[in-house]
Design a protein around this ligand. Structure first.
Ligand code: ZN
Length: 456
């Protein structure tokens, strides 16, 4: 309980807590945007169904502007690797102003969908030819500014990207703007940490095992910042990547990582799609988060994560919208479940015990894992937490005659009408009645930016 006064008070008919729904919850948001239990019962009533906002644990913001541009048949072997060529060509035209415009639009869309925090896996560091900007962190700052404009919490994960393959080859011309040596990378982290606060955390991202040689990984993990900050890595997304790792390092990616790094709760293994049974158990026991991006993984034809085995082993997971062909925690969680149903020809896979709800199981797991991967105390409407919450549209026909037992299943599995009506992030209403407070200006700038990019 807080004895703070002067904040804004409100009540919720049903408030989702980690252990279930609380009836008639009275809350206060203080001047710093943190939540406290309130003794006042006269606050504004904000709605019938109030949930913690969802953290989005994996994003490459610039890719939002190319969603839909790689869906036409090319060579017969269209795959992740052919998609990557389209993505590289597009990325080459993006500088700080373009990145800020695209990211702000993306973050507005995320908030409207119910994401209140995003982990940005950021590798467009330098000018297109690889020369650093006059201010070397200019692209990172563009993302920080975009997040603050939109009002979404941010874990910024500057990416270390050194080589163009497992054989240690140099970066290709199109990859040069991604590159750092270890010293320059740690300097970038240091500079960015000065901006940290309740709404911003800086963490480490190793692009992938193929892009970070072993020695460089050791040096970064031995740094002071690595002891406490979130550490994200792309791992085992593609079968080709698993085969290359086996051929050059004599082990599969997850297997190799566990043999060469202390993987623990600081870590988020993004995709982790291709796991053996032993790797699945090892990842679950480590306390690390499996970062799953079901709509992107489906779009790229990556494969399916072994969800049931992983949950049975007690593994932590969260969701990300990654390439942004979809921006909806509902769709990510729905496809996480549906992929498993299609593969096993059974229903209700994520719910592991009789009577458990799929919707509740997935929403709870993704809140917890997403918060852990963000490195901030979010994802839970507890005392002192950042006030990140969403209010569902209780007048929607889709939610008629729903109760505490069926609400989350209906939210996730009852169709495509947007049900997120109001969104508070950092203690401020960013979305009310389905409208973001600054969406017109941000959308206008985005349209002008994308039109200019397309005409280059
Ligand atoms: Zn990614």
């Amino acid at each position: 309980m807080s004895n703070s006064t002067g904040g804004s008070h409100f009540t919720a008919t049903r408030l989702w807590r980690t252990d279930g729904w609380q009836a008639d919850a009275a809350l206060e948001v203080d001047a710093e945007g943190r939540l406290h239990a309130s003794k006042a019962d006269a606050g504004e009533s904000i709605g019938q169904w109030v949930l913690p906002g969802m953290p989005n644990l994996h994003s490459h913001a610039f890719q939002r502007a190319m969603a839909g541009l790689a869906e036409r048949k090319g060579r017969s072997d269209d795959s992740f690797w052919s998609w990557r060529e389209t993505m590289y060509a597009f990325a080459a035209a993006i500088g700080p102003d373009e990145l800020k415009a695209i990211a702000a639009q993306l973050y507005v869309e995320m908030l409207k969908a119910g994401y209140t925090h995003v982990c940005e896996f950021h590798y467009l560091h330098h000018q297109p030819d690889g020369t650093p900007y006059a201010q070397p962190e200019a692209m990172s700052l563009a993302l920080i500014e975009a997040a603050r404009e939109a009002g979404i919490g941010l874990t910024l994960l500057p990416v270390l990207y050194i080589s163009g393959g497992f054989d240690g080859r140099a970066l290709s011309p199109r990859q040069r703007r991604f590159g750092h040596d270890v010293e320059g990378y740690l300097r970038l982290l240091d500079t960015l940490r000065r901006h940290e606060g309740d709404d911003l955390r800086i963490g480490i991202a190793l692009h992938s095992l193929r892009a970070v040689p072993e020695q460089a990984m050791r040096e970064v993990l031995a740094s002071d910042i690595a002891k406490t900050c979130p550490i994200h890595i792309h791992i085992a997304e593609q079968v080709g990547e698993v085969q290359d790792c086996l051929a050059t390092r004599g082990a599969r990616p997850v297997e190799w990582l566990f043999a060469h790094a202390d993987v623990d709760a600081r870590w988020c293994l993004v995709h982790a799609t291709h796991l053996t049974e032993a790797e699945c158990g090892q990842l679950a026991r480590s306390g690390a988060v499996a970062g799953l991006c079901p709509t992107t993984e489906a779009n790229l034809g990556d494969g399916l994560f072994p969800l049931a085995d992983y949950q049975d082993a007690g593994g932590a997971l969260g969701i990300g919208s990654d390439s942004h062909i979809s921006i909806s925690p509902v769709e990510e969680l729905r496809w996480l479940e549906y992929g498993q149903r299609l593969q096993t020809r059974h229903r209700n896979i994520a719910a592991r015990h009789e009577g458990d709800s799929v919707g509740e199981t997935l929403w709870r797991a993704a809140l917890r894992g997403g918060a852990q991967a963000s490195g901030l105390p979010i994802g839970d409407l507890r005392e002192g937490a950042r006030a990140d919450l969403i209010v569902l549209d209780d007048t929607s026909p889709l939610l008629m005659a729903r109760d505490e037992r069926s609400l989350l299943d209906s939210f996730l599995f009852a169709g495509n009408t947007p049900l997120v009506r109001d969104v508070m992030a950092g203690g401020r209403w960013q979305v009310r009645a389905f409208q973001h407070r600054d969406e017109q200006r941000i959308a206008e700038r985005y349209r002008a930016t994308v039109a200019a990019l397309a005409s280059r």
